[in-house]
Design a protein around this ligand. Sequence first.
Ligand code: HAM
Length: 431
Amino acid sequence: MLKAVRGTRDLLPPETGLWNFVEAKVREVMRAYNFQEIRTPIFESTELFARGVGEDTDIVSKEMYTWEDRGRAESDKRQSLTLRPENTAGVVRAYIEHKLWDRGLNKLYYIGPQFRRERPQKGRYRQFYQIGAEVIGPSTAGSESPARDAEILEMLATLLDRLGIKNWNLQLNSVGCPADRARFNAALKEALAPVAASMCEDCQRRAVTNPLRVFDCKVSEDQPIIEKLPRISQFLDEGCRKHFEEVQAILTSVGVPFTLNDRLVRGLDYYTRTAFEFTHGALGAQNAILGGGRYDGLSEALGGPAAPGIGFAIGEDRLVMTLAESSPVVAQKPDIYIAPLGAGMNREAARLARALRNENLVIELGDESFRLTKSFDAATKLGARYVTFVGEDEIRTGMFKLKNQETGEQVSVPRGDILKTVRRTKPPNET
Ligand code: HAM
């Protein structure tokens, strides 16, 4: 049997209804904050991620799906391409390519699949979905202001609240500017030199290549050592400290709770200043429901003009997972199952179905070859609320029987009253 590839999965109804519900809410909230959608390609040049996300990160060094592509002829020039492991680099590439700075501050969001070759487990897939947003523009447009950071975080709190997700925890840190990080890195290297040998293999490597990544370590024996290491908070310069304080002051003013966590360094190299994650207890080991931060130097690293920015990406798989635990999915069900009765009735039933669908009812259509019991079985299996029949009698008299499948009650109504009889408000998360 052919199966979905390891780490990928099919999203099936009724669960897809929950995905649609989440995405509809996201679009609603994004609109209120004046974000607009951007769609970038799912594959890009490998160089984009190497330069954007960083050669030393786990994502770029181990997790990308990369291949050599060429034109149709064997002789065509080859190019290294990669399935996007994240979408921030692609958005900033598009910002540069289309000179979006002409529009001032850009507030963009995206919803789509990302690809990372990670070890699959609960909440971790090789194809997963992100809902992300980026605010980027020249600093004269206000892109560097701590007000942007606070607005993004407040929007996320609003979104999670509106989705009915409770008990989230906002972990907040500032990773400073490149100069702060250089001093921090030097201090870390020095602190790690005498102890690295007693740490896990990954940390021994990190201590030399990218000491910041030691904070990603999950090995429990290493934690006491990591606890004693210097923290980025001790290395922030005046500007970064003030910026961070202002972000916190605005969050406090709008009533968004947060926890300061100066171990939070994030797994991508482009971050500067504000960095954050929202975690949720129900998720287990993969407890980050979303992550993000500021990337003031990314545009320049990709060959563009200075364009400070900040953004986030929600792991949609994880978001849906937390939702599914609190609110059971409501499957889509037909309002009416129309059973054509006898030869020639498919065409009459199709006319009735068309009219009712134009009124936004959910209609399922049987077939004139079905016996009555088969029609009822089909209607029951689908969970149809009503069954109606289209036969010679109905066409002649214009009266239609409507059987309520829940109560068993049957009424006879003129064709024009079907809609009125069946209409009702649908539950908000029904698909
Ligand atoms: P990230 O922390 O790598 O950040 O990913 C964001 C979120 O995507 C994670 O918190 C997690 O919920 C979800 N995620 C990551 N990997 C997987 C996976 N293998 N399976 C399921 N979910 C996963 C970024 O990607 C940045 N681009 C976020 C950002 C936007 N920063 C600034 N702007």
